[in-house]
Design a protein around this ligand. Structure first.
Ligand SMILES: [Zn+2]
Length: 413
């Protein structure tokens, strides 16, 4: 099967004008100019860009049930309190989780996302739906255990690793939630278990400015919040260091780890992350919604860190679209090139999730995961990067060579 468009953007090499992609047995068989790849195309998308499917390196599909119901703002703990209140008032049931995850999957695929790093509080229910979907990626089971809940640690670790059924598309990972919901011993236990099972890890780290005071001295807004929750049976051990150093000491900065956020990091922290080879999932619009200080992702990239992009959940972001995140980045950071921006949302994400050999670029032999985005034709000299100027969603999305969704004009069946 051949598909064509005005541009093909493989990401691992420069854009091709009047390009074509050949798909055979679910994989990319060839990428090049339409002239060099003759044959009647199954679809000619015309004024559009064929690019790799997007990679959402950090999300929580099971929080889709709270979409638009909590407002993120500068007070992170107020948001967390609201989230916990709503989670307590509406406890997860299989039906609710299935519906939320199903909705999250549909919204992801419609927006061109074909790979995710998803965190779930209820792995046994989330994975029933995820493993039946076309998405690939990692399902991280979340682990929290602190204060009088610390005895639940190993139970939660075991639950995190439960598999619905073996799926090559969806790997199983562990998410030690954050230093303020998991004590240092718990972080270490997650790292050791991940090592033993060769499982990927994801941790929320250095997300807010207050986190450092908590890890260093066990004081400040997080300590007050936990005391208020009544989980504080005895003093949580202070580590005397910031969150990134704590993660390093507990074995959580290795190459199998994705750090969500890393919003407040020092130069030394950037060096630690680079030395450990952990990836960083920057969530641009969620970051802005919480009014954090500017993210140091460019310095991270310069230090050799694999930075990728996530949306975080619908409890802090209006959509699960990585294309929307990239459009936001284009608007906010005029110094980034279009090639740099698209790599953040595709190949770098695949690398971060350990799927760079499988997908993330239009490369012969990789799985045919593609998004087709219309060009902004209001601009007479629309280059391929005009996809960042418009607000239009993809007109087609393929996962493993199968068309997920096809709308709009220009289809030549
Ligand atoms: Zn998150």
């Amino acid at each position: 099967m051949i598909i064509k468009a005005r541009y093909v953007v493989p990401v691992d090499r420069p854009a091709i004008e009047n390009g074509a992609v050949v798909i055979e047995r679910r994989r990319i068989a060839a990428v090049g100019s339409a002239r060099e790849l003759p044959g009647r195309p199954a679809a000619d998308f015309g004024d559009a860009v064929i690019c790799p499917g997007f990679v959402n390196a950090h999300t929580h599909l099971d929080l889709s049930m709270f979409a638009g119901r909590i407002a993120p703002g500068p007070d992170f703990i107020a948001w967390l309190r609201d989230l916990m209140a709503i989670i307590t008032a509406e406890p997860a049931t299989p039906k609710r989780v299935h519906e939320a995850v199903r909705a999250g999957i549909a919204r992801s695929l419609e927006s061109g996302v074909t790979m995710i790093g998803d965190i779930t509080r209820t792995p046994q229910w989330t994975r029933e739906v995820l493993s039946a979907s076309p998405l690939r990626g990692i399902s991280f089971g979340e682990v929290t255990a602190i204060g009088n809940r610390r005895q639940l640690l190993f139970e939660r670790l075991d639950a995190a690793l439960v598999e619905d059924r073996r799926s090559e598309q969806m790997k199983i990972g562990i998410s030690p939630h954050a230093p303020y919901t998991l004590e240092p011993a718990g972080m270490l236990a997650c790292a050791e278990r991940a090592d033993k099972c060769n499982a990927p890890l994801c941790i929320h780290l250095a997300e807010t400015v207050d986190e450092e005071r908590f890890t260093r001295e066990c004081e400040g807004p997080f300590a007050d919040y936990l005391r208020g929750l009544g989980v504080w049976d005895e003093l949580i051990p202070t580590s005397g260091c910031g969150p990134v150093e704590l993660a390093e000491r507990t074995g959580l900065l290795g190459k199998r780890t994705i750090i969500a956020h890393a919003n407040y990091v020092t130069d030394a922290d950037i060096n630690r992350i680079a030395a450990g080879n952990a990836g960083v999932a920057y969530c641009p619009r969620t970051h802005q919604a919480f009014e954090h200080a500017s993210h140091r992702f460019r310095e991270m990239l310069a230090a050799g860190i694999n930075v990728c992009v996530g949306t975080d959940s619908l409890a802090s972001n209006p959509s699960l679209s990585i294309l929307d995140e990239l459009r936001f980045l284009r608007h906010e950071h005029a110094d980034l090139t279009a090639d740099e921006i698209i790599a953040l949302g595709t190949l770098r994400g695949a690398r971060g999730l350990g799927f760079a050999d499988v997908a993330g670029s239009l490369t012969t032999g990789k799985m045919a995961d593609l998004a087709v985005i219309p060009l902004d034709t209001s601009n007479a000299v629309a280059g391929w990067d005009s996809i960042f100027e418009s607000r239009q969603p993809p007109i087609a999305v393929y996962v493993s060579g199968e068309l997920y969704r096809k709308t709009g004009e220009g289809l030549d069946e």
